[in-house]
Design a protein around this ligand. Structure first.
Ligand code: HEM
Length: 484
């Protein structure tokens, strides 16, 4: 392969998007700019130097790994701050004569076209306070616990004074005890991320030149940050041209998709128990077949019938698989969440799969399920966040053409012949008008068998209650073009 020296400008890039900010708690502060000149001054003089860069996030990450290796219990109280702007926010800063960025960003997450394309719940049904006013931007404040983050969030609000109006704010936090790093349905999260060429820093690196950790395909950074080579559309390994930038100040910036996804946990648990009984199978296996991994994180491709928690937690092994050698969905259903959203070697070639990657950086919100809470009483779920350089080709493509498309993966046949309709992603797939969804083969035919089963999902267990598309500028853009 052609050798390219990649010099990523980590001091310029915001920390959450390439590396991830160290977060046990994260406060999302959505604001409207009420006094643009004052806001610009406060941003330049007070905020910019507090923004956490990817370089700082990486140094902190290395310290965490080092501590873990030395088995040191000590943790540090790091505060991190990032920010992004909606299209309306950029208009407040640089006027309406601004260049047109990504078409999806220009439309916005609450635009009727976006809602229709993604089968999203209409904004009229979203969290009321979130849509009580125009949202120009968001601050992400992270730290070791909610009270620490609240303290720093308040300091930030004070520092900005009357330059902004806070429209909505909400705290996300990792779940307690053994559920740490697990999302609210109970599955280990944050396992599989694209490896970024130029900054592999983790332990357990693969011996394969085009992988980070074993099974983690390396992706050119231009897929996530402007100003660098992206993927070649015809070759999974070669670099392609850097994605187009409508303005030079987009360099080292990225688009962030935010979705507040409410999860109906008691309803999900009851549904899984009832359907497992109907199908005559173990409920943990049915839940695993909906996700593609066991709650421990162990992938069905490597543990098709029984959980293997040692495998689930092992970074050297838990991502080291493909779907290409499971052509009849015997180990993992075609519609399982992880097979839908990242089909790996299963469709249109690896080059195509790498054109629709995202970096995820979400965090759970809301309390644990109370004893006796048999229907959802408290709002809880996932503050879903992902980064990319094309919202249309990355997040929207995954939601629309994979998760919401019952035909995807196309062209599959039964072992004895006959076409297969894989069905919807049972976790995040959305049918038009919140209609009934179906997935194929909830009951495993592993290692052989021909029992035909389908799972009907009359209800969505994940619903959209707020959303926004943001641009996360480089630190220099924050200091200059956007605040001059
Ligand atoms: C409440 C909603 C959601 C839940 C409960 C959920 C749960 C999970 C879980 C348990 C995993 C496996 C762990 C891992 O690989 O990190 C996962 C992976 C993933 N999810 Fe989700 N997810 C949700 C929303 C979304 C959305 C909205 C998208 C994008 C449209 C998405 C895209 C992905 C991707 C790309 C992966 C990694 C797949 C891989 O590389 O193998 N998820 N999710």
């Amino acid at each position: 392969m052609q050798q390219i020296t990649l010099q990523l400008d980590l001091a310029e890039i915001q920390g959450d998007l390439l590396i991830g900010m160290q977060k046990n708690a994260e406060l999302f502060i959505f604001f409207k700019i009420s006094d643009p000149p004052r806001f610009k001054t406060r941003l330049r003089e007070y905020v910019v130097r507090r923004v956490t860069s990817a370089r700082t996030a990486l140094e902190r990450e290395r310290r965490v790994y080092e501590r873990r290796r030395q088995r040191e219990a000590k943790t540090e109280a790091w505060m991190a701050l990032n920010l992004g702007f909606t299209r309306d926010g950029l208009t407040q800063l640089i006027g309406s004569n601004q260049p047109r960025l990504d078409p999806a960003f220009e439309r916005g997450a609450d635009n009727p076209e976006t809602i229709a394309a993604l089968n999203d719940l209409a904004p009229a049904k979203w969290t009321r306070d979130f849509r009580s006013d125009r949202i120009d931007g968001v601050f992400l404040v992270t730290g070791p616990d909610p009270s620490f983050v609240t303290f720093h969030g308040n300091a930030l609000r004070q520092g900005l004074g009357s330059a902004v109006k806070i429209v909505y704010s909400e705290m996300g936090a990792v779940r307690p005890g053994a559920e740490r790093r697990h999302e609210h349905f109970g599955f280990l999260d944050g396992i599989s991320q694209p490896g970024i060429r130029g900054i592999m820093h983790r332990l357990y690196l693969s011996h394969e030149p085009d992988q980070g950790r074993p099974g983690q395909d390396l992706v050119w950074p231009g897929e996530f940050v402007f100003g660098y080579p992206g993927q070649d559309p015809n070759d999974p390994v070669k670099p392609g041209p850097p994605p187009d930038m409508a303005a030079s100040w987009m360099k080292n910036g990225s688009f962030m998709v935010f979705r507040r996804l409410e999860q109906k946990v008691p309803e999900f648990r009851r549904f899984v128990a009832e359907q497992a009984a109907r199908l005559g199978m173990d409920r943990e296996l049915l839940a695993a077949r909906m996700v593609g991994r066991w709650k421990s994180g162990a992938p069905l491709e490597l543990a098709p019938l029984r959980d293997n928690s040692a495998l689930g937690g092992d970074e050297r092994r838990n991502n080291d698989f493909g779907f290409g050698d499971d052509p009849d969905q015997r180990k993992c259903p075609y519609a399982a969440h992880i097979r839908k959203v990242y089909p790996r070697d299963d469709t249109g070639g690896l080059a195509e799969a790498q054109r629709h990657r995202i970096i995820r950086a979400g965090i759970p919100f809301g309390p644990e399920v109370e004893s006796g809470e048999t229907t959802t009483k408290h709002s809880r779920g996932l503050m879903f966040v992902c980064y990319q350089t094309s919202i249309e080709r990355q997040f929207e493509y995954i939601q629309r053409h994979y998760a919401n498309n019952p035909e995807f993966v196309e062209g599959k046949t039964r072992p004895g012949g006959g076409a297969v309709t894989p069905g919807y992603d049972p976790i995040i797939g959305q049918a038009p008008g919140q209609g009934v969804r179906e997935m194929d083969e909830p009951y495993p035919n592993y290692p052989a068998g021909s029992r035909r089963t389908t799972l009907q999902l009359p209800q969505q267990f994940v619903t959209l209650t707020a959303a926004g598309y943001f641009f996360m500028p480089s630190i220099t853009a924050l200091r200059t073009v956007l605040t001059s």
